[in-house]
Each structure stands twice: as structure tokens, then as C-alpha cells.
Design a protein around this ligand. Structure first.
Ligand SMILES: [Zn+2]
Length: 265
């Protein structure tokens, strides 16, 4: 189901009816606002986010590999691979060695109405044995200040795809917002599983590679968002791969193909 269809689904949910909000919602949708905007003919848009940058180097490896350079190179190679296929639109949150706030990265994915947001990282761990790739989605149990703050704003409609509910009451806006956020998370969970399964045959995976955590950059309410750890700079094997252009490109190509395979999941 398309993410935007969640708004249509909202009309049929019994709890909305019982809450007495359906009439307000229906009026807002049917009378004042036409169907949610779709993007006919446009290939899906993937926003790639190279982690860190500028004064924030990210993790620094045992042999001096900088996460910020590794993430940028991998993201650019993923972008090239995806764009060359002609079936996706690709946008990078940064294409140079500059600092970008986490919220700005998430906001770009929202503003551009991305179909998928992928943040690329390569971190370190106290345990030098830890190695391999893993993929994260936002934890459902995470505190959710970003989402809550947006939901309570008067202009919550800005964050709801294609439907302006400013005329409806805040309760409806909050319910719609929550539905959209949950739907994005479910989509992200499915795509994460697909990505991990597709890269597993080519690259070394971390133990329990499908993970979730409270990453601020993943708090894009209306875009399925995944953070990929491409390996550990605290592990000699992983750092050797991540600082080697040929090995790094192989990682990027595998990730690009996995992302392409997950976009329709
Ligand atoms: Zn990182």
C-alpha cells in the first residue's frame, strides 16, 4: 500500500468514527480538498544521507580512517549506481565535507517528499571484535519529541502529505499525523528486512543485523527511514575494507542494489 493511502484508510477506521472525528475529517477531505497528491510518472525518490561532515568527523578508525569521508564516498557511489539505472531519483543531503544538523537531514527528506531515506554511517564499538553491516529503524519505544512537537503545531498540515487539515481540529491532525508516522515506520521495517536479506549474501553482516534505536536523523514522520552502519572502524578487518576504495565501492554497489530491491517492498 502506498504511504499516501494511509490518509484514505484513516476514513474507514472504526476508532475514528467512534471518536467522533470522522465527520470533521471527511468534511476537510471531501469538501475543501481533493484527493491527496500522487506523483504519477515520477520514479521513486531516494534521499541518501552521508553521516557526519565538517567539524564532526564521526568515528575515527584504528588506522585513522574518518567516518565522514567514508560515508560520503559510499553515498556518492550508491547514488551513481542508482541514478545510472534510470529507475530512481536520488538526492544527497550533502555532497561535500560540510556539517549538517540531524534535523536538517531529516527535514530535507520530508521537504522533498522522499519515498525512502537512507542515512549512511560507519561507527565504532568498544569491542574490537564487532564487525559487519547492520541496518536500523527508529525504535517504537523511543521518546519522540520531534514527532510530538510537530504534531501539536498549528501547521501540522505541513507535515501531512497532500492533505491540508488546518481547517480540522487539532485532534484529527494529531491522529492523522500518528497514522502517517506509524505507516512510515512499518514501511521502513519491511524495507530494512529486505535490504539486510539482499546484502547478506555478498557482505559480512553484524550479528542480529536488523536493529532499532532512537536515532534523531530517522525521525522523519512521513518518509520510511533507515540508518545503515556499513561496518566498524574499531575493527581492523572492517576498517581495511572501508578505507580501501575498491572494497568500499563493492559495499556501495551491493547497498545500491539492495536499496533498489527494497524500494517497492
Ligand atoms: Zn556515524
Amino acid at each position: 500500500m502506498k504511504r499516501r493511502d494511509v490518509l484514505k484508510l484513516a476514513l474507514g477506521l472504526p476508532f475514528l468514527l467512534s471518536a467522533g472525528s470522522a465527520d470533521v475529517l471527511a468534511a476537510a477531505l471531501a469538501e475543501k480538498h481533493p484527493k491527496p497528491k500522487l506523483k504519477p510518472g515520477l520514479p521513486p525518490l531516494i534521499v541518501l544521507d552521508p553521516g557526519h561532515g565538517g567539524h564532526d568527523p564521526g568515528a575515527i578508525g584504528l588506522r585513522g580512517g574518518y567516518e565522514k569521508h567514508i560515508t560520503l564516498d559510499i553515498a556518492q557511489n550508491i547514488a551513481n549506481r542508482l541514478a545510472a539505472g534510470g529507475r530512481h531519483r536520488v538526492l544527497l543531503t550533502r555532497s561535500r565535507d560540510v556539517f549538517l544538523a540531524l534535523s536538517a537531514r531529516a527535514k530535507l527528506a520530508h521537504d522533498k517528499q522522499a519515498d525512502l531515506f537512507i542515512s549512511i554511517h560507519a561507527d565504532s564499538a568498544p569491542n574490537g571484535e564487532a564487525r559487519g553491516i547492520s541496518a536500523y529503524t527508529l525504535s517504537e519505544t523511543a521518546s519522540d519529541k520531534f514527532a510530538a512537537a510537530i504534531a501539536t503545531r498549528e501547521n501540522a498540515s505541513d507535515y501531512l502529505t497532500g492533505v491540508d487539515v488546518a481547517a480540522a481540529d487539532k485532534e484529527v491532525a494529531a491522529i492523522l499525523f500518528d497514522l502517517t508516522r506509524r505507516h512510515s515506520l512499518n514501511a521502513a521495517l519491511a524495507k530494512k528486512a529486505r535490504i539486510v536479506s539482499l546484502i547478506g549474501s555478498n557482505l559480512t553482516l553484524l550479528e542480529n543485523p536488523k536493529r532499532s534505536a532512537n536515532f534523531a536523523v530517522l525521525k522523519v514522520p512521513d518518509v520510511p527511514s533507515i540508518l545503515i552502519e556499513t561496518g566498524f572502524l574499531s575493527n581492523t578487518h572492517d576498517e581495511a575494507l572501508l578505507t580501501n576504495p575498491t572494497a568500499r565501492k563493492r559495499i556501495a554497489v551491493t547497498l545500491a542494489d539492495a536499496i533498489a530491491g527494497a524500494i517497492t517492498v
